[in-house]
Design a protein around this ligand. Structure first.
Ligand code: PNS
Length: 161
């Protein structure tokens, strides 16, 4: 079984990493797709996001990372994979995800989206929380995978965000 795990990963969090590690154990091939979220202004460049993902997912046998500038359904068509997986933290996420998966299913009949719950202790973690805590100089070590900490800290220490 193959799946695409799409997201903006701006930046990758311990929540994303946890889901990807669980998918690596369940699927023969996991394509981590770095996509553009039109509702969010980007903080890290796509190469930076990919670099951070690579550094924390090193050694995961079934995982590959790619970026895609377009609709998720077009990435699904290009890869031939028909299952997308999205994580959710709470019911509000489920509502958002439901709207997105219904649209995607209309655009690409036969595409399935599976929702996987995050682990309870990671429920509050999100990329936007990371950006906010880091922008105030707070400690992000519990929120971001260790190999990515330097990249995130450097971005905010330079006052770019
Ligand atoms: O990590 P995010 O920001 O929640 O990821 C959202 C993402 C990037 C998966 C979503 O915005 C997306 O699929 N973007 C590509 C455009 C698209 O296909 N939109 C859905 C149909 S309107």
């Amino acid at each position: 079984m193959e799946c695409v795990y799409p997201g903006s990963f701006d930046p990758v969090t311990v929540g994303h990493e946890n889901v990807i590690r669980r998918l690596d154990r369940m699927f023969d091939r996991v394509i981590v797709g770095v996509l553009h979220n039109p509702d969010k202004a980007g903080c890290f460049t796509v190469p930076e996001r990919i670099g951070m993902l690579e550094s924390c997912l090193k050694g995961l046998e079934h995982v590959e990372i790619l970026s895609w500038d377009g609709l998720l359904v077009d990435l699904m068509k290009k890869t031939g994979v028909r299952v997308a997986v999205r994580g959710f933290r709470n019911l509000s996420d489920v509502e958002t995800e439901e709207a997105m998966l219904r649209i995607n299913a209309l655009l690409l009949p036969g595409m399935e989206t599976l929702l996987i719950p995050c682990e309870p202790h990671l429920e509050a973690v999100s990329s936007s929380v990371v950006r906010q805590v880091a922008s105030f100089g707070g400690d992000i070590s519990a929120l971001v995978p260790a190999p990515c900490l330097e990249t995130v800290r450097n971005r905010f220490s330079k006052g770019i965000y």
